[in-house]
Design a protein around this ligand. Structure first.
Ligand SMILES: Nc1nc2c(ncn2[C@@H]2O[C@H](COP(=O)(O)OP(=O)(O)OP(=O)(O)O)[C@@H](O)[C@H]2O)c(=O)[nH]1
Ligand SMILES: [Mg+2]
Length: 188
């Protein structure tokens, strides 16, 4: 790595089907993101709901990968597929990560519970990022925490299409992950 790089960290971007994971990694990545998009076919009708995301024509079948440098730190971003049928990939994706950004679509909040359960198996620190769509009804952060049954969770709002907003979400995640790491070290 060049001398200008002070450190590097791996982050996960997770969330239910169609919440904007690929969009977020694409909006922040300084390299052309690696994508594994495949067209959605009639086979997914009735399985993957497109309610609220009617323009979506492809889905991630393995992972997204991107890179962004913030200050002197390089962040490697790994996005997971949204559907449970692809979750065998999670173990490899989570290895070595310091934290996870959990993207949530408040219009389809129920879809997020399975992701949060899966995330629990990794023991990674995470923050909940509400990806705001035009018809998203907004709630206070405490209401979101209550609805997700996560009273302690860090909650933020973002627009995954916009770099600044996505960068802010990642900064919040890194800061939270480092706080958790410090707390874990202090306990040793
Ligand atoms: N209005 C709005 N649309 C968004 C936003 N983020 C994503 N979209 C749209 O929502 C759709 C889903 O985005 P993706 O990035 O493919 O979602 P994903 O989570 O990667 O989906 P899967 O990998 O299939 O689970 C796309 O049509 C995006 O253009 C957002 O912040 N606002
Ligand atoms: Mg995707």
């Amino acid at each position: 790595m060049p001398d200008t790089v002070g450190g590097a960290a791996k982050l996960l971007v997770v969330g239910a089907f169609g919440v904007g994971k690929t969009t977020l990694i694409g909006s922040v990545s300084e390299i052309r993101p690696l994508r594994t998009e495949e067209p959605m076919t009639v086979a997914s009708v009735g399985v993957d709901s497109l309610e609220g995301i009617e323009n979506k024509t492809t889905t991630t079948v393995a992972l997204d990968f991107g890179r962004v440098t913030l200050g002197d730190t390089v962040l490697y971003l790994f996005g997971s597929p949204g559907q449970q049928r692809f979750w065998s990939l999670w173990d490899g994706l989570a290895q070595g990560a310091i934290g996870a950004l959990v993207l949530v679509d408040l219009r389809r909040l129920d879809d997020s519970f399975a992701v949060l359960d899966q995330l629990d198996t990794t023991l990674l620190p995470y923050v909940v990022a509400i990806n705001v769509f035009p018809d998203t009804q907004l709630y206070a952060d405490d209401e979101v925490r209550q609805a997700l049954a996560l009273p302690e969770a860090v909650v933020l709002h973002c627009d995954a299409r916009h770099r600044r907003s996505s960068v802010d979400a990642l900064i919040t995640l890194v800061s939270h992950a480092l706080t958790c790491l410090d707390a874990a070290e202090a306990r040793i």
